[in-house]
Ligand binder design. Structure first.
Ligand SMILES: [Zn+2]
Length: 126
């Protein structure tokens, strides 16, 4: 549905927010937007997009999304680099989920690099 709010909570419709990246109509121009679109991919269950935006050297060979997790909120806490003219960057965020065993929060600083003009997720800095 075109007016469904985007899971990344920008307030924009999904189709015009992360949906355009999931469909392949556009590339995320910044690391933060890529991170948001990956969160939304987890929320809508788009495993192909999660794989496509994962660096080839760090992407797990087997990847399945846990259907029991419901990702419902994303807070972006800060970014470094990751802009239109950068080659790498980080995004710190909290991602909130509900599961049958209880709710939880993933707090991570993710590293992103630009590969052939496309932002991809590299790994998490502990
Ligand atoms: Zn979005």
């Amino acid at each position: 549905m075109p007016t469904t709010p985007c899971p990344c909570l920008t307030g924009r419709p999904y189709a015009e927010c992360c949906g355009q990246f999931h469909r392949g109509d556009a590339l995320a121009p910044t690391a933060e937007l890529l991170m948001r679109s990956r969160f939304s991919a987890y929320a809508v269950g788009d495993v192909a997009y999660v794989r496509r935006t994962w660096h080839a050297t760090t992407c797990p060979p087997e990847l399945e999304l846990d259907d029991a997790l419901r990702w419902y909120r994303l807070d972006v806490l800060g970014t470094t680099g990751g802009g239109l003219f950068d080659a790498d960057g980080t995004v710190e965020f909290r991602a909130f989920y509900r599961a049958p065993s209880g709710a939880g929060v993933l707090h991570e600083v993710s590293r992103f690099v630009r590969m052939d003009g496309e932002w991809v997720y590299l790994d998490a800095i502990v």
